[in-house]
Ligand binder design. Sequence first.
Ligand code: FAD
Ligand code: SF4
Ligand code: SF4
Length: 480
Amino acid sequence: MTTKLLQFVNSKKEMPKKRIGTLRLKDFNEIYNEFHENEAKKQSSRCSQCGVPFCQVHCPLHNNIPDWLKLATEARFKEAYEISNSTNNFPEICGSICPQDRLCEGNCVIEKGFESVTIGRVEKHITDTAWKKGWIKPIKPLKDINQSVGIIGAGPAGLAAGEQLRKKGYQVEIYDKYDRPGGLLIYGIPNFKLEKYAVERRTKLLKKSGIIFHTNFEVGKTKSFKFLKKKHDALLIATGVYKARELDISYNRVPEIIPALDFLISSNKKGLGDLVPEFDSGHLNAMNKDVVVIGGGDTAMDCVRTAVRQKANSVTCLYRRNKENMPGSMREVSHAEEEGIDFSWLSVPIKLYKKNGRISLEVANVFLDKLDSSGRQIPKIQLNKTYKLKADIVIKALGFNPEPLPKLFNYPDLKVTKWGTIKINYKSMMTDQDGIFAAGDIVRGASLVVWAIKDGRDAAEGIEKYLYDKRKNLKKGINY
Ligand code: FAD
Ligand code: SF4
Ligand code: SF4
């Protein structure tokens, strides 16, 4: 039986049930249960099939949301999967971790007074169903093309580009300095937001599709960038941004003051069953410790939520603005609140030092002053209003900047912007170096998985055009 659409008046927006805070702190598993098929159908049926679907406009991939919602309503999940998969390489991953409140769902135009359609979780249900039913198969290109593309970085940008190029028949090799592919999907984002099996089954599929992965391969160290340039017909740089931003106070560096990614990577590796000496020695382990996390973005939320799961004594998040002005997703903040995190809004550390084996923090209150040029209130530190905190570890989660790639790659011709991101032509995704393309965070700065996928797909199109022209010109006898 088909379910009618436009049911938003009769049925409420619902997410899959969340495990309660105290229960979910016992493990690192996903906090949401899965939608049952009937629940996914019911939520899809709330869609009003807008003539101008703003959900689609505001999805970076312009996913054909109304169509797959209609098909899901009618339980036509295979067709829904095919449509969803045609614009997104990893729909189940985006369905779990996109900040939908700022993208598709935040722009769903169901009449005022009714909550948006639950787009992300239906998107995940559709592709999870496809995995369960065995509809997802390795790529078999119609023909193999004798040109190769080297991709530096196996994060979502590199993987999406690799998949698109392999579909067209190109020979794809992906190089990554880590021991597992996935980039921040595998080592940055914690398991309770994105379960690692979901990333690993994707990379396995790409291997079975003929993509060659070179892990523990750091370009610039294992082999030079020039070596890869010579080896491949085109190169894509998708190395992400990893240089942790620093606190703007001076302090003595001690091992107990930790960059966020060191903490998250060791926790993710431990969860994947690796031996992690820095974790086992207690250095990167929050167990029985008082933890202070400085920052207010999604990375800070991932750190505080990881620390409570590691059974910290106490976890405090210091942020210089208030809750309404936090840069991260409100959904993540409310998860952290449910899990018992103590937030100190409008607070900035002004002194940080180690005394008697612990870290002492002097924290100043902040008031929010006039708006700056971006429309955000400027935080003003009140040096006469301070308080003290003690911690065993302090985690710095203040965001990331690009590393100096031209230097690391010993390739000074690679042009970067004043922020250190790689300069490209946005139409072709090519740098000003012939045959060298770039995509993802290394181009746009720290961003989102869905934008990395979009960039990876755009870069694959640019590379395909470039390689096609190269083949044509070779036939005409024009040599590069
Ligand atoms: P990355 O995922 O960073 O991958 C780059 C890869 O390049 C890495 O595997 C790295 O090892 C490799 N590499 C770097 N240098 C070299 C070299 N010299 N040689 C070989 N390999 C190299 N986004 C969301 O949408 N939702 C979220 O919930 C979310 N949570 C996040 C949580 C954390 C803690 C962090 C840090 C980020 C989060 N993001 C989230 C952002 C998202 O993960 C990134 O925007 C996205 O992963 C960028 O993809 P990318 O492919 O450009 O780079
Ligand atoms: Fe929404 Fe992200 Fe899916 Fe687009 S990819 S529909 S923004 S969840
Ligand atoms: Fe359906 Fe909302 Fe998209 Fe309209 S904006 S098509 S109601 S999901």
